[in-house]
Design a protein around this ligand. Structure first.
Ligand SMILES: C[S@@+](CC[C@H](N)C(=O)[O-])C[C@H]1O[C@@H](n2cnc3c(N)ncnc32)[C@H](O)[C@@H]1O
Length: 217
């Protein structure tokens, strides 16, 4: 008997939501993209602000989901280039439709790929973010090493994550989310050569979102 039948309707729904958050697909995936842009607006905006992007830079958003981060990076680089890397064909499709002029002008370059094998050359990017994604990545050491590889020396990378204790209380995270202690991620970043320069919080209290602002050696 399939596991979903044994789970009951509520758990089946939550497991489906968790799967869609980790890899949005099809029509429900488009709805998830819209939801992500609304629900994560403050966090994604804070991540781009923490990145302190300069005009003309080459920036990267890994796991851009609904595409809000791409939009903000396009504005901030203002004539530079933005790369977006996504696992999800549905999110890539959404971004192509949302930013046709920037794609045609080569200002936005969209890549199907994964954080652990970025389809970009060494030292090709000066500023990068990934927000709400590492919960879906089994090997963060490999992912951070890959991010360090594509960053130019002195390049900045901002990692945005929900507070693990607060996220553990959300009913969908038990369905496959990897909720790692912030210290573990800080250690993995430093090991990969991404020095944590700042640890910002977005929001109030213990549930506030974490932004780890790093710089490549
Ligand atoms: C919860 S959404 C977050 C989207 C957006 N960054 C935000 O904060 O609203 C996670 C996104 O990461 C993508 N993703 C998951 N694992 C990935 C990986 N290993 N490499 C690249 N993208 C990944 C998913 O396809 C999904 O669009």
């Amino acid at each position: 008997m399939p596991q979903t039948v044994l789970m009951g309707p509520r758990k089946t729904l939550l497991a489906g939501l968790a799967r869609q958050l980790g890899h949005p697909r099809g029509l429900p995936g488009h709805a998830v993209g819209r939801l992500l842009n609304r629900a994560n607006r403050g966090r994604v905006t804070a991540a781009v602000e923490a990145l302190a992007v300069r005009r003309g830079e080459t920036a990267l958003d890994i796991g851009f989901g609904g595409g809000l981060g791409l939009d903000l990076l396009l504005r901030a680089t203002n004539g530079g280039t933005v790369h977006g890397v996504e696992l999800s064909a549905t999110m890539l499709d959404r971004a192509r439709r949302a930013f046709p002029a920037n794609v045609a002008a080569g200002r936005l370059v969209l890549h199907e790929g994964t954080m652990t094998a970025l389809p970009l050359p060494d030292a090709s990017v000066t500023a990068a973010i990934t927000v709400n994604t590492v919960y879906f990545v089994p090997d963060v050491a490999a992912a951070f090493t890959e991010i360090a590889r594509v960053l130019a020396p002195g390049g900045r990378f901002v990692l945005g994550i929900g507070d693990p204790a607060a996220m553990a209380k959300a009913p969908f995270t038990e369905h496959g989310f990897r909720l790692r202690p912030v210290e573990e991620l800080e250690h993995a970043l430093a090991t990969a050569g991404l020095e944590v320069r700042r640890h910002d919080r977005v929001g109030e209290g213990l549930a506030a979102f974490h932004l780890l602002v790093t710089e490549a050696a």
